[in-house]
Write a protein that binds this ligand. Sequence first.
Ligand code: ADP
Length: 191
Amino acid sequence: MLNIVIFGAPGSGKGTQSAKLVEKYGLIHLSTGEILRDEIKADTELGKLADSYMSKGRLVPDAVVIDILDNLIGKYGDAKGFIFDGFPRTLAQGEALGEMLEKHEEDINAVLCLEVEEKELIDRVVKRGRVSGRDDDNRETIESRLEVYHIQTEPLKEFYREKGVLRNIQGVGSIDQIFGSIEQVIDQIGK
Ligand code: ADP
């Protein structure tokens, strides 16, 4: 299996590049943000719980997202591999993902870290908010999401650097240029 984590701050382009990875490598895209937004749309109990955190720009509790992922990984046992988008977002989630994959004798092959400077992130998310209809895509919420990213999510970079799988990707440029850098990294895996 080819298991990729696409990592980066809100607005760094994780969803956009994931779509291209799905197309080229036939991976299963697991976006915790999308899964949670679907639950909110369907007005389920899980959706109501998730919304109470997401609308404030906070993280949904670890146990909730870990449980969702654990079920999905089990369900797609015969996949070519996964793209984890928006997960892990805390060290506890990172540990849990390692354990889940280990159960299936799998591992993370690369963590692609999309590097985009803060001002650009804010501009992109505010712009996206005008068309996405996402109620967390506004100036106020993006500021808390970035703070949460720095405090809770960024420590994962060191976690994956130590494991030797972290790869930095310049996240500014055209979508195809950025994808070109990603392809180079993926084509090196296993060589
Ligand atoms: P972005 O990366 O642009 O913030 P996402 O769709 O990945 O967009 O996430 C949107 C929101 O969903 C997050 O701000 C958070 O509230 C919630 N969320 C998504 N993934 C996770 C996760 N792994 N753990 C906790 N909360 C999550």
